[in-house]
Design a protein. Structure first.
Length: 246
């Protein structure tokens, strides 16, 4: 089923030199990874991610939180990038300046071939010391969670609810891309979590064309010049095909 992509949008994209993209969990949904706000299923159905993905949750029950992330890491290792990820990697090659900012921690953009990826919320494949914040690559899997040589527990190198974004440099790159782009695409995000959700608004106030790709409406929809209500894995390949013949 093809989603109507207005010719005006194709023309604006074809004329653009600088494009910025923000993705959220929705772009990985078609790879089989549940979105953040989907009810957790199976083993984790009785837990609330907003409980588990917090410093307090980890302090309260480090083993439970470590094992939840270990299960998600396992699940992510078993899935593939979907046509939405692949289409964004193709789009990147088409523009002089293309910045892909993601809230996802699953590396699927990089595995699809995207190069300029800015990870705002970290990456589940990385582990760091919960005290020193240094990334640790080797650790014994005897304990759960394992400990840093300093004695503190290791934790996933991802941003938890209530934490400041660690990589100020990543946010600065994302904000610069949003402020300079001619077209900003917000894809697969509920546009509720800041500072990520501020990026399309920054682009809007800088005069960019705002495009949203999401089956549902979000707080951003009313600001978007083009709201394509469909799945990223369906809409993005169509967008790439229309641009190729523009
Ligand atoms: P959410 O789970 O909040 O939102 C996912 C969005 O994707 C929803 O708006 C869905 O409608 C949409 N969606 C679902 N399937 C889709 C598809 N096939 N194509 C396109 N869109 C689809 O996830 P995020 O917005 O990414 O932060 O959540 C943002 C942050 O909230 C996460 O990074 C996480 C959480 O706090 C941290 O972990 C720090």
């Amino acid at each position: 089923m093809s989603i109507l992509i207005p010719q005006e949008l194709i023309e604006r994209l074809a004329a653009a030199r600088r494009v910025a993209v923000l993705t959220g969990a929705g772009i990985s949904a078609e790879s089989g990874i549940p979105t953040f706000r989907d009810a957790l299923t199976g083993l984790w159905a009785n837990y609330d991610p907003q409980e588990l993905a917090t410093p307090e949750g980890f302090a309260r029950n480090p083993k439970l939180v470590w094992e939840w992330y270990a299960e998600r890491r396992q699940r992510i290792a078993g899935v593939q990038p979907n046509p939405g990820h692949l289409a964004l990697a193709a789009l990147e090659r088409r523009f002089a300046q293309f910045t892909l900012v993601t809230q996802n921690i699953d590396s699927l953009h990089q595995r699809a071939g995207s190069l300029a990826v800015v990870e705002l919320h970290g990456n589940i494949a990385r582990v760091k010391c919960s005290r020193e914040e240094t990334v640790v690559n080797e650790f014994p899997d005897s304990e759960s969670p394992p400990r840093c040589p300093c004695g503190a527990f290791l934790r996933p190198d991802v941003v938890w609810f209530g934490e400041m974004l660690p990589a100020a440099e990543a946010l600065a790159r994302a904000e610069a891309a949003a402020g300079q782009c001619e077209v900003f695409l917000s894809i697969g995000t509920s546009a509720q979590v800041y500072p990520a959700a501020e990026l399309p608004l920054r682009a809007l106030s800088a005069g960019a064309t705002i495009v949203e790709i999401n089956p549902e409406r979000t707080p951003l929809t009313r600001h978007a010049h083009f709201a394509l209500q469909g799945a990223a894995g369906k809409v993005l390949p169509q967008l790439v095909a229309r641009l190729a013949s523009a």
